[in-house]
Design a protein around this ligand. Structure first.
Ligand SMILES: [Fe+2]
Length: 420
């Protein structure tokens, strides 16, 4: 917790402005004719997200938490909430007759930004008497909300035809796969979640702290690669969602190109496909607690903040925080390895677990975003841990949990197997 409110304001303001800059960059990637495209049919078009992100920030911090009046009731309502519809007709029903023009959306966004920036500078954003502002909850919420949207926006952009987006020049590297290895992780304690007040901010699903006794198990040192998974596909298994078949060769659809399949990159698959591969190998996916043991536990019995120790995440520790849009060969970051020598537990793709997304003991919906997690405790979503190449470093903390449906094919998620 930052006790110095001036320092905290400056830090939040800087994060907000950096976020807005990245949002502008990302929303300029789809070509203008694709502005109302819905490349993932069960998600909204780009136009929605360009209004939703600043609209959510304004509503959450300025209007709902601080009690300011509306800017534009209609646009605020239109942009308020993303959809997680069960089917296409629900998705169609959620769309308005006509979207506002891009100029209108940008004008609305500018107005939201002015109010948010003013609030971050001057308003009482840390207010123990207002549940939405305890430890400046709403202010942190809007920062991380936008950062998570940057990643999901890139999932959507990834599904947009290459000729409907700006293609940034990218260099790709494949490498020799290091020999397959697994290591033994001793029995011990895994600490999931965090104590309220012990971290500057966490989402509701990160509380309360809970400790779990985990029996010993063996875990793959590296993620399963495209090359590894190819052997499984050749037995007749379903190919991973980002693979394409062209002239009898497997290719990989990256954010901006279609390239020959990099055998040494972690494979991105659904949780279902990951579990099927593990079973084929006579192994299984790690549980959330086993991920924690492998990532944060150590042979001396202590738990670390990060796999590599206590130092803050930086570009030497893993492939995350927008250094690039795509993976790199496995084992590229020896200085990011965990105490057991397990590689890439943070970065280069989220790690699937076999654990259904569920509340930790003591869970309470957060005051500034009541529906954030609670709607997803349905046994159909599974926990992912770690980070992808386009996960903001700010979201990298031990207690952070991500989740998706077992068959959702658009996420940057990989896996490794465990035995015993
Ligand atoms: Fe959102």
């Amino acid at each position: 917790m930052i006790s110095d409110i001036a320092g905290e304001r400056a830090e939040l303001l800087e994060a907000y402005q950096e976020n807005r800059k990245r949002s502008r960059f990302l929303f300029d990637l789809p070509s203008s004719k694709a502005y109302e495209d819905r490349p993932i049919p069960l998600r909204h078009p780009f136009v929605f997200y360009e209004g939703h992100i600043p609209g959510f920030s304004f509503l959450t911090l300025v209007r709902f938490a601080l009690g300011a009046p509306a800017i534009d009731e209609q646009l605020e309502k239109l942009f308020q909430r993303g959809i997680d519809p069960g089917n296409l007709s629900e998705a169609d029903a959620a769309a308005p007759q006509a979207w506002p023009s891009r100029d209108q959306v940008k004008a609305f966004a500018r107005e939201c930004d002015e109010h948010v920036v003013d609030a971050l500078r001057h308003a009482r954003i840390d207010d123990p008497s207002n549940p939405q502002l305890v430890h400046a909850e709403a202010a942190y919420n809007i920062i991380e909300h936008e950062q998570m949207h940057h990643e999901t926006l890139l999932y959507i952009l990834h599904q947009l035809a290459l000729d409907r987006k700006q293609r940034l020049p990218v260099e790709y590297h494949d490498a020799e796969r290091p020999p397959y290895r697994r290591v033994l992780v001793d029995a011990g304690i895994a600490t999931l979640g965090a104590r309220r007040g012990a971290i500057p901010f966490g989402w509701d699903n990160e509380f309360e702290e809970t400790t779990i006794e985990v029996p010993a198990f063996e875990i793959d040192v590296d993620d399963v690669t495209n090359g590894d998974y190819l052997a499984f596909v050749e037995t007749g298994a379903e190919p991973p969602p980002f693979w394409r078949r062209e002239n009898g060769e497997w290719r990989l659809l990256t954010q901006f190109d279609l390239i020959s399949l990099p055998r040494s990159w972690p494979v991105y698959v659904t949780q279902k496909q990951a579990a099927a591969y593990a079973q084929w190998k006579g192994m299984r996916l790690p549980t959330e607690a086993e991920y924690h043991r492998a990532a944060f536990g150590s042979p001396d019995g202590r738990e670390r903040a990060f796999p590599w120790g206590e130092a803050k995440p930086d570009s030497t520790r893993g492939n995350f925080d927008f250094e690039r849009f795509d993976p790199v060969p496995i084992a590229s970051y020896p200085s990011g390895a965990s105490a057991w020598g397990v590689n890439d537990l943070i970065g280069n793709g989220w790690e699937w677990t076999s654990t259904p997304f569920a509340p930790l003991p003591g869970f309470q919906p957060m005051a500034s975003y009541k529906v954030y997690s609670a709607d997803f405790f349905d046994g159909e979503h599974f926990v992912m841990k770690g980070a992808s190449p386009v996960t903001n470093a700010r979201l990298i903390r031990r207690s952070f949990r991500n989740w998706f449906r077992a068959d959702y094919p658009y996420v940057y998620a990989t896996f490794r197997c465990v035995a015993r």
